[in-house]
Design a protein around this ligand. Structure first.
Ligand SMILES: Nc1ncnc2c1ncn2[C@@H]1O[C@H](COP(=O)(O)OP(=O)(O)O)[C@@H](O)[C@H]1O
Ligand SMILES: [Mg+2]
Length: 342
């Protein structure tokens, strides 16, 4: 996995699937937020396959209009439309004996999805404006930064194409879920950009790492890469100090969605807890709402109570609820507190 950094368990399992699937001819679907390394993994699959000596062709399906994308992918014959002044080879043909990487596959139109399905099923295509068919020997790797199952549910993405592409899915984890990879990534990009800019920024402050591990990284590795590059360019000496980070990273953005606990943002954490709670409630055949909400509330009260040495007024104030309400909840949840605290 040349140039792919990160040894967290989540990335280890990505590498394992990548190695396993690479030598086959199977279609691969890469899923994950923007900047998580989908293109990098697509390149690795190609490089580790028997097609490595063939071409690796990338097409960003989100960047072109429907008609342009169609002739980009399949080619066209002269006169097929007004601006088609000559025959043009499509990218599928250009990728013959190699691999084609269809990025942002979720943004293709329904009509194009039908044509892609045909290529995958029949292994042949038609150039635009041409009646003849051309055999296709190209491995397909597709990527989406949207939840494709949801796109299918909402009928924006064809289910048959989804199953054709999704022979082997690989889910790239967001950076905020693997803060342990951050120090390695910093060192890697410091080396890359120090070399590129004739600098030698080698000392990373502990505070810099801590701030970066707290941050929620909506742009994932691409965003981190950008900040490290900026730091190398702006650094006065050989140190990566926290002052070189954008304020959002250094101080943490104020919105609730960016509050993070050990590098995991609060919303993600809550979502996971609730998902597990819902599953547990379903197993127990219990009323989901009270099952999950009561457990979360009991745990919250128990923790704040302990922090307040079991003093009720203090606990109520800290929770921001009325003392009588707290009193009732303590009884409901069978929690111990000192009655009077003064
Ligand atoms: N694990 C990683 N190790 C090193 N660089 C990475 C890693 N993941 C992403 N990058 C870098 O971040 C940028 C975005 O990666 P890319 O593969 O284009 O992401 P995506 O296709 O998911 O948007 C690229 O410059 C890539 O080299
Ligand atoms: Mg990309």
């Amino acid at each position: 996995m040349d140039g792919i950094i990160g040894s967290s368990p989540a990335m280890q399992s990505v590498y394992a699937i990548t190695r396993r699937v690479a030598p086959s001819n199977a279609s691969v679907l890469l899923l994950g937020e923007t900047g998580t390394g989908k293109e990098l993994i697509a390149g690795a699959i190609h490089a580790l396959s028997s097609r490595a000596s063939g071409p690796f062709v990338k097409v960003n399906c989100g960047a072109l209009s429907e008609s342009l994308l169609e002739s980009e992918l399949f080619g066209h014959v002269r006169g097929a439309f007004t601006s088609a002044v000559a025959n043009r080879t499509g990218r599928f043909e250009a990728a013959h004996s190699g691999t084609i990487f269809l990025d942002e596959i979720n943004s293709t139109s329904q009509i194009l999805q039908v044509k892609l399905l045909r290529v995958l099923q029949e292994r042949e295509l038609e150039r635009v404006g041409d009646g003849g068919t051309i055999a296709v020997d190209t491995r397909v790797i597709a990527a989406s930064n949207r939840d494709l199952t949801k796109e299918v549910q909402e009928e924006r993405f064809r289910e048959d194409l989804y199953w054709r592409l999704n022979v082997v899915p690989i889910q790239l984890p967001p950076l905020r879920k693997r803060p342990e990879d951050i120090p390695e990534l910093i060192v890697h990009f410091l080396n890359v950009y120090s070399a590129a800019n004739n600098r030698d920024v080698v000392h990373v402050h502990e505070e810099t790492i801590e701030a970066m591990q707290r941050y929620h990284w909506p742009g994932n590795v691409r965003e981190l890469q950008n900040y490290v590059e900026r730091a190398v360019v702006m650094a006065e000496g050989d140190e990566f100090t926290p002052e070189l980070l954008p304020d959002d990273v250094r101080y943490g953005a104020p919105s609730s969605s960016t509050v993070s606990v050990r590098g995991v943002d609060l919303e993600t954490l809550v979502r996971e807890v609730v998902e597990q709670g819902v599953r547990a409630a379903e197993n127990e055949k219990a009323d989901i709402h009270s099952f999950v909400v009561n457990r979360v509330e009991k745990e919250l009260i128990a923790q704040v109570l302990a922090n307040c040495n079991h003093v009720q007024t203090k606990t109520a104030a800290k929770l921001g609820i009325n003392r009588n309400t707290l009193h009732k909840k303590l009884k409901d949840y069978d929690l111990e507190a000192t009655e009077s605290d003064e």
